[in-house]
Design a protein around this ligand. Sequence first.
Ligand code: NDP
Length: 444
Amino acid sequence: MVLGAGSGGLAAAKRAAGHGANVAIIEGDRVGGTCVIRGCVPKKLLVYGSIYRDLLASASSFGITLSASSDTKVLLENVRKEVDRLNRLHIDLLEKAGVTLIKGWGSFTGPNNVIVRNDVKENSIEIKANRFLISVGGRPCRPNIPGASLGWVSDDMFLKDDFPKKVVVVGGGYIGCEFACILSGLGVEVTQLVRGKYLLRGFDRELSSVLKEGMEMKDIRFDFGCSPTSLVIDSGELVLNTNNQQRYRSGGVLFATGRRPFLQGLNIEMAGVEVQQGRIVVDSKLATNVPHIYAVGDVTDRINLTPVAIDEGRAFADSVFGKQRRNVNYELVPHAVFASPEVASVGYTEEDAYEKFGKEAIRIFRARFRTMSQTLSKRGPRCLLKLIVKAQTDKVIGCHMVGENSAEIIQMASIAIGMGATKSDFDKTMALHPTVAEEFVTMT
Ligand code: NDP
């Protein structure tokens, strides 16, 4: 019995059914979960839609003159249609895999029983199962301030018909940076408030400053060291008050202030499953303290990324039903932020490498330049490519990039780094010219 038909739950259910298990999956919302319905997929489509203005602004340097108009309503509507198509596709795939889909919200009534509630109360059913997988994901959270419910969270962004002229984005993480860039690309005036000193805590600091520089070139305004204290409506506009006595007027406020596991209504205590700081605790086999109950993905709040949830779901199914015991490899997880410019990373940051091995043990290689695609228009930020190398072994332990296609490039670099590539392996790789990524094999 799988609770939650998002990335992790769907992957686990189909794989377990493929191993011959009798599988049902409970979902109270739309099949597809955060990634498909209100996350990665519609977000990336909005990213594609939001870069056109910028491309058009460079078009004249390539001899193309256009008079363009844009309609964000069309973009949002088309994105929703694609989400609907994927939602149906995932339902079909479950059926093809022989997984029973049960619509409703599951709550534990004991360690072996779940009651499923849907809109019609009389339709509640109680189900027993030998094994449970909790893959209910997470939900965005708002800051604990008066008026917070007047603001949006990322889920709301995909339901809009249009965006107002002026938006304040609160938060300097993944969602804050991605939506600040999407909105600005769509012509919205954006101010981003960050409570710390830098964007993207946990990323290489140099990447974060190159991203900031690039976002500023797109007229996104930043206020660092700034936290919201209340949100009110005044004369039909939203006014966000902050700790530094600023008042930001806008037509919308997006709270991109983190996500939390979605345990509400699950009655997890009835199952006796251990929860620590709002997250389900699992061991290396993805088992909770109750041996027949497992959990994967954002509900465990470790590395909250779709590919991690999918791999956890499959590892659970292979180990428990396929007799192919395996653990997920969390060592080299590539990360990307689909901001403009795009940011991607794998392995140690410069700061982490210095802290772990000492400054003398690390060699840093970097290249910063204007890419060929920008040379005629002379527009946009210079890209950054960076390698972190262990001096003694010559091993590349970190690879980072800000600039066009950085996520695609870092995905491929992850293979080499995962195989233990050294800086000399990079150097002896023939460059592919003229590309941006060739700088990774020609850095001195
Ligand atoms: P993040 O944790 O990335 O960022 C949250 C931001 O909000 C941080 O800047 C944080 O500051 C700030 N913040 C938190 N609470 C407050 C508060 N009360 N007042 C002001 N600022 C606050 O979370 P996101 O919501 O951006 O994303 C959630 C997760 O979803 C990500 O961590 C990632 O795992 C996943 N995700 C991945 C994407 C991708 O792969 N491209 C895209 C989108 C989401 P501070 O740093 O000081 O804590």
